[in-house]
Design a protein around this ligand. Sequence first.
Ligand SMILES: *Cc1c(COP(=O)(O)O)cnc(C)c1O
Length: 375
Amino acid sequence: MNKKIWLSSPHMSGNELKYIIEAFDTNWVAPIGPNINGFEQDLSKYLNVKSVAALTSGTAAIHLALILLGVKSEDEVIAQSFTFSATVNPIVYLGAKPVFIDSEWDTWNMSPELLEKAINDRISKGKKPKAIIIANLYGMPAKLDEILSISKKYDIPIIEDSAEGLGSTYKGKKLGAFGDFGVLSFNGNKIITTSGGGALVSKNDKHIETARFLATQARDKAPYYQHSHIGYNYRMSNILAGIGRGQMKVIDLRVEQRRANHQFYKDNLEQIPGVSVFTEREGFFSNYWLTTILIDPNKTKGITTEDVRLSLEKENIETRPLWKPMHMQPIFKDYPAYCNGVSEELFKIGLCLPSGSNLTDDDRNRILKALLKVF
Ligand SMILES: *Cc1c(COP(=O)(O)O)cnc(C)c1O
């Protein structure tokens, strides 16, 4: 059997072990220590934002952002429907209610038109949404100018889920730095990884200070354990932060490598009638965390996304359909949703291709050969 080619697998730089060994040598084997501070500083410098809190996951970061924005039981929170469930689950952890917004074709992210329509409709029903969670999927920036201006007009804060967008920019500014809160993930499949981890980003350092307090069990300043708030155990480990420091040394290279994969697919697949490679517009710069394609079976003599997925699976090459929209998920189907058909169509005809920064020339050629064989 051929070696398995994954969609996106961890890619170490060789710098990580140094920081881990340092943590062992100094006995900072704890959710506190110099690697956490160092990793937070690296991220804050890279994104050019004031404050970053390193956490156990991106999901934890979204949870804390919602808490810091005062979201409570029965509140409504607007969220992009076309995303991973982790964007939305923390809304429900708080007993609040998600309101889903569909995507638009240019970025596949939240449609600004539907967002404004939904806000007006929710207000007319007597409930102003407490927050808006947007996502920058597959590394592609959302239409941030339009969305931020709606956020300002209605005075509803933005949580920017950039779990997939570290290294991307919009009009020259790094993703993660746009919202009232930015969210990053360092899960094993992301552009850089700490094996598992995340971060909360904000221009407001008071918010990040509070996030660190809540993430470490909300201990009041006292010699004994006293609590005036509900706490969480969400702080990143100093060992894992060491991996993060090593990974941050190569973040720019990782973006280049993912973008080279995208260029390879674009150069080789666009000759196939009915196949289009999703590509950034002017002003948008994607890290191309994953390269994604759409397959129009009307132009491929009937070959569908599922045919391609199954054929590549037989050759031990992993591909995956695009995110199944949240408003189509059994667990979320009864929440309000403002839809235009875009995310349902994307889910139907879209496919993620292997996109790891560690793909070799041989891997890429094997994938291409397998794709050309299907068509
Ligand atoms: C990975 C991911 C998350 C969750 O991050 P974790 O660190 O795995 O909790 C959230 N949103 C999106 C869009 C993601 O891709």
